[in-house]
Design a protein around this ligand. Sequence first.
Ligand code: 13P
Length: 269
Amino acid sequence: MDSKRGILIAGNWKMNLGPKGTQEFASHLRTNWKISLSDKTRAAISNGKLGAHVFPASISLAPAKEAFAGTSVSVGAQNVHYEEKGAFTGEISGPMLKEIGLEWTLVGHSERRQYFGETDESVRKRTESHLRQGFHVVFCFGETRSEREDGRTNSVLETQLSRGLPEKLSGSDVEKLVLAYEPVWAIGTGLTATPEQAEEAHEYTRNFLIDRYGREIAAKLKILYGGSVTPENIRGLLAQPNVDGGLVGGASLKPESFLSLLEGAGSLF
Ligand code: 13P
């Protein structure tokens, strides 16, 4: 981690935790915030160096916004259409999120690509639209196991980044765009990338960003790592110069574990 960029810990809850589970999570977090987090970690959170985010399922967004009100945890949506309204059965839109005060979206997750037909093109449309609407966007990308085994990791990353990211970023986009490298083979498998493997992909990504947006902008963009992140391995990953946070699935579902992830990150400041 480069301390200038800060760290972000984001829990992607996927299809877990309905409104009731969300409320229980938030209430546990409130009760244990001061007990589980050191002064140093709480200071890093309050001065904006360490961000805490959760991405609940659509049905839990409004309850989450209410349940986390007054805490330092911000709430974002896992899947938001690029159109602002219309005949898109099953989708939700940016204006709907704004109505309940949400500011974060997630795009391009490999599960959306794999099971729901997301393409680099639709990922780019969502990214551009959400940024235009003023959202912070977490843009996910990453190779599959066979792509890695075939030695194609970098070319897959290059394709996903070049097709999925906007051609240009405005000043406010730079403040709002976050990347998340998630090797598909590491998601939900317990096979975390080693800190060295993560750094290699993050460095490749940083260089791509330098080529596309220039050194100054590339230095500001956070690149999170996702794929079997746990409280045990988070510190090693965050110790890498280009790893600026974690996008966490399974280990973000229990409040104790989410707090441990934050504490792991906070201990690095
Ligand atoms: P796991 O942490 O469960 O491997 O999931 C990672 C992920 O896909 C986060 O978006």
